[in-house]
Design a protein around this ligand. Structure first.
Ligand SMILES: [Zn+2]
Ligand SMILES: [Zn+2]
Length: 350
């Protein structure tokens, strides 16, 4: 089995999990173009992907989803509430308060200025590339101010998806109706937390995680006697998550923030409260506490993920986890890696 983390953090998450016969993409939180670029960089062939699996509908997990699924013509696995929330997110809102409307008008203006500036910089011909850059910048801004909260700016991002598609969907064969429907997917499959299902020869157990999304899930993947798990975007470690994360060989676990850095950091108070809450994100301390007290010590690799760029430092996350694992760390077991936002991690094969 192999796990390749393409990106991890509040600007985009995506991981390839594969057996020798089956390959799934878990989350598609970067643009389609960037996902393809990163897959090529680590030797993962997009044309062999069998499905996309979604943990939850926050923008940093779905930004490139529709374009990627349409481009590769592969099914997307959601829980039903997550799918519904995602479709709602992409559907233009018809009613809004006057204040919200004004707000939105301002954002549209800013967005146009941003795209126009980028277009001028490169000349009018290269508008696809420019739009996707603007997209990235906006994603960064959205992250900074909302830390994944659903803000109107997400609708703007969804709107930009159409131009991203122009450069990523090489075939351009999608029916006009499908193109107009941003939430159109080649196929949708539903799963439910707690119920096992399979994609090819990979057995998957989704488990509920405490996070402020419609129906967020982590996953355990099992094939060829190897078990890999992914648990990011959770406010704390409830018993069902601890229970799910047993006998895991490769564990991708959130270590989002350093508590002091978050308290003293740039986020507005309300966002700090949200991150710290029971439906926010795991701190280095919370992750370390799990690793020290509950974790069974059986993994070959522990990958720390979804590190905040504003409220964490990779070395702080690493030191906290290393202390917690203590003398169980060796050349063969409990090796600690840090997933990054900007670059993919080398594939981990067991
Ligand atoms: Zn996230
Ligand atoms: Zn999230």
């Amino acid at each position: 089995m192999r796990m390749t983390v393409l990106a991890s953090g509040s600007k985009g998450n995506s991981t390839v999990v594969s057996s020798s016969r089956t390959r799934v993409l878990v989350d598609a939180g970067l643009s389609c173009r960037e996902l393809l670029r990163r897959m090529a960089a680590v030797g993962e062939d997009p044309s062999t992907l069998d499905a996309i699996l979604i943990t939850h509908e926050h923008q940093d997990h779905v930004a490139g989803l529709a374009v990627m699924a349409r481009r590769l013509k592969i099914p997307v696995f959601f829980t039903e509430p997550t799918h519904r929330a995602w479709v709602r997110m992409l559907t233009p809102r018809t009613t809004m308060s006057y204040a919200k409307w004004l707000d939105r008008l301002e954002q549209e203006k800013a967005l146009k200025a941003l795209v126009a500036a980028a277009t001028h910089a490169e000349g009018a011909g290269a508008c696809n590339a420019d739009a996707s850059e603007a997209d990235g910048e906006l994603a960064g801004r959205a992250d900074k101010f909302s830390a994944e909260m659903e803000l109107p700016v997400e609708a703007e991002l969804a709107g930009l998806d159409a131009s991203a598609e122009a450069d990523c969907d090489v075939e351009q064969a999608a029916a006009p109706a499908a193109k107009a429907d941003q939430a159109f997917l080649p196929a949708v499959e539903y799963f439910s937390a707690g119920r096992h299902f399979s994609i090819g020869d990979i057995a998957i157990t989704p488990f509920t995680i405490p996070h402020d999304a419609a129906d967020p899930c982590g996953f355990v993947f099992e094939a060829e006697g190897i078990r890999m798990a992914l648990a990011t975007d959770l406010g704390y470690m409830p018993p069902n998550v601890k229970q799910a994360l047993t006998r895991i060989d490769v564990l991708l676990l959130e270590s989002n923030h350093d508590l002091e850095m978050l308290r003293d950091g740039p986020y507005p108070w309300s966002v700090k409260q949200r991150v710290l809450s029971r439906v926010g994100h795991l701190s280095n301390d919370a992750t370390a506490e799990f690793l020290a007290k509950e974790y069974d010590g059986g993994a070959a690799y522990i990958i720390l993920g979804h590190l905040s760029e504003s409220n964490n430092a990779p070395e702080l996350a690493r030191i906290a986890a290393e202390r917690a694992v203590g003398d169980r760390m060796s050349l063969l077991g409990n090796r600690i890696l840090l997933a990054e936002q900007a670059t993919p991690l080398a594939p981990i094969t067991l």
